[in-house]
Write a protein that binds this ligand. Structure first.
Ligand code: AMP
Length: 182
């Protein structure tokens, strides 16, 4: 299930670049303009549904916070469960956490220990809006596998290919990106 050039163009045109946000030198990829564009949002969700309906997934796991939007919508289309992977301290039940490096310092994400059900080996798709250094997604894939489930693929709307995040994550799990930014 490949994305056509016309579909890719609709998605690319719907994403807004904000220069120097949140700090100088960063070009922030703003996906709110994809979400409020009914044609682009439909192209995106239809493509993800057509691709992932063949995977026999048990869960979609979304990364805090933009991964929740696409992940929950996709899980509902696939008629499977959705699991949020959240920033430290947000989930109320027993969690496991994984730290990852930021430019300065470390951060941590968490998942509920029982989020992927009692049976081991649940097939999980990880999703977020964008992969940059890959630190967040790597930690998320590690967490999924630590619960006894299996991260079968990681999916991002946008991949920044001038960083080596995609390459590093591919050592852990297959990676799919719809739009690559060089
Ligand atoms: P990383 O862990 O470096 O791969 O960063 C990925 C996370 O940071 C994702 O949740 C993205 O939403 C966010 N992010 C990083 N860089 C950008 C960017 N240039 N534009 C928008 N979001 C970004």
């Amino acid at each position: 299930m490949t994305l056509s050039n016309t579909e890719r163009k609709i998605l690319e045109d719907s994403i807004r670049d904000i220069k120097d946000f949140p700090k100088e030198g960063i070009v922030f990829k703003d996906i709110t303009t994809l979400l409020n564009n009914k044609e682009a949002f439909a192209v995106l969700m239809n493509h993800l549904y057509m691709k992932y309906k063949e995977y026999n997934l048990d869960y979609v796991a979304g990364i805090d916070a933009r991964g929740f939007i696409f992940g929950a919508a996709l899980a509902q289309m696939l008629k499977i469960g959705f699991v949020p992977i959240r920033k430290k301290g947000k989930l109320p039940y027993t969690t496991i956490g994984e730290k990852y490096a930021l430019e300065y310092g470390v951060d941590e994400i968490e998942v509920h220990i029982d989020a992927f059900g009692e049976q081991k080996g649940a097939k999980v798709l990880l999703i977020d809006d964008l992969i940059a250094t890959g630190g967040t997604a790597n930690a998320a894939a590690t967490l999924i596998n630590q619960t006894g489930a299996e991260c079968v693929e990681a999916c991002f709307i946008i991949g920044l290919t001038f960083l080596d995040g995609i390459k590093k994550l591919k050592e852990k799990t297959p990676v799919y990106t719809l739009i690559e930014v060089n």
